[in-house]
Design a protein around this ligand. Structure first.
Ligand SMILES: [Zn+2]
Length: 79
């Protein structure tokens, strides 16, 4: 019973004016060419992968430059 009383008495979170960032509509452009809008603190952003090209959503297996990076690393230290 004491627990219930405490839950009821929980104060609502107060919104401190000026402490919250301004959220604006942010146009995000992906490396695959897809663009979509989200709400963010910046008006523009770019991502390397999105829901349109990520294998999880597309169902296609796609290697995201993993081998290329390993090869570049090997070349760099293969002296
Ligand atoms: Zn994408």
């Amino acid at each position: 019973m004491a627990k219930e009383k405490k839950a009821e008495a929980a104060p609502e979170p107060k919104k401190a004016a000026g402490k919250h960032p301004n959220y604006v509509k942010c146009t995000v452009s992906c490396a695959c060419g897809n663009t979509f809008e989200v709400y963010s603190t910046v008006p523009k952003a770019s991502v390397g992968i999105c829901s349109k090209c990520h294998p999880f959503f597309t169902g296609k297996q796609k290697l995201v430059d993993t081998e290329g990076r390993v090869d570049a690393f090997r070349r760099k230290y293969a002296k």
